[in-house]
Write a protein that binds this ligand. Structure first.
Ligand code: IPE
Ligand code: IPE
Ligand code: MG
Length: 250
């Protein structure tokens, strides 16, 4: 196994750990095909990557980690694949509950959870209930999730409340998890340079990091690489580089 201690230390020394990391876990199907296996084998293998990612983020002291588990658009996949993904979700949740408790992780689903099959919904309710008093990292699981739907849902909640005009704070207060800060870093595996309807309100100023690695190949070291890369970026938020460095004294 690769020694990641050096990278871990470097990240901690640099400071500036993202408070929220969002991950588009993509490339499971392509990874499986490359091994001559069925697409769904990639999803099964991807669970190890999710476990590694959660562990790495807990170790780094990341406050929020959002994993894109299943998009609203993913309902359009073949029925067999959707069923496998739902069963895998249930199986994984029950397998991982004790380890999430040990790590003091709180699970918080975002998305249209009501659309999930009964067993999947129940497993999520169970893990949410069991982990609700945990005070460490919040693990947000985006399931049956659509960024546009999240915004529309918020707009409709505001209309229902009788508002005639709204500000950013109003909209934010109606997101699935209003307490979560915007992600500073969004990681996508599998090489595609797109956001795929993920956290589109929240990622207005998020740093994007795309790796060619397929999700089942992604390990702790890769999270550390992504965070080190993030730490090397200059986040300007529309200002000039001189302003950010503090030497705009003229
Ligand atoms: C991501 O991997 C997992 C889900 C979307 C559920 P994919 O299944 O999209 O893998 P590729 O992109 O087809 O390789
Ligand atoms: C995004 O991956 C959704 C998840 C990782 C759950 P997709 O594979 O569905 O994205 P597109 O369709 O290629 O953009
Ligand atoms: Mg994909």
């Amino acid at each position: 196994m690769q020694d990641t201690g050096g990278k871990f230390k470097e990240i901690v020394q640099n400071g500036n750990i993202p408070s929220h990391i969002a991950v588009i876990m993509d490339g499971n199907g392509r990874w499986a095909r490359k091994q001559g296996m069925e697409r769904v084998s990639g999803h099964f293998e991807g669970v190890n990557s999710a476990r590694d990612t959660i562990e790495a983020c807990v170790d780094l002291g990341v406050r929020y980690l959002t994993l894109y588990v299943f998009s609203k658009e993913n309902w359009n996949r073949p029925e067999f694949e959707v069923n496998c993904l739902m069963s895998l979700l249930v199986e994984t949740i029950y397998k991982e509950i004790s380890s999430l408790m040990e790590k003091n992780v709180r699970v918080f689903p975002i998305g249209e959870i009501g659309q999930l099959p009964e067993k999947a919904r129940k497993s999520l309710e169970d893990v949410v209930g069991k982990t609700s008093s945990n005070t460490g990292m919040t693990l947000m699981l985006a399931i049956s999730y659509s960024g546009r739907e999240e915004i529309l849902r918020a707009v409709n909640m505001l209309i229902d409340s009788g508002k005639k005009s709204v500000c950013e704070e109003d909209l934010r207060s109606c997101l699935y998890n209003p307490d979560a800060p915007d992600p500073e870093l969004m990681i996508r595996t599998g090489g595609d340079m797109r956001v795929s309807n993920f956290l589109i309100w929240q990622c207005a100023y998020t740093e994007l990091y795309v790796t060619q690695k397929f999700w089942p190949e992604f390990r702790k070291e890769d999270i550390f690489d992504a965070v080190l890369n993030y730490q090397s970026r200059e986040r300007r938020f529309g200002k000039t580089s001189e302003q950010i460095k503090g030497d705009d004294l003229v």
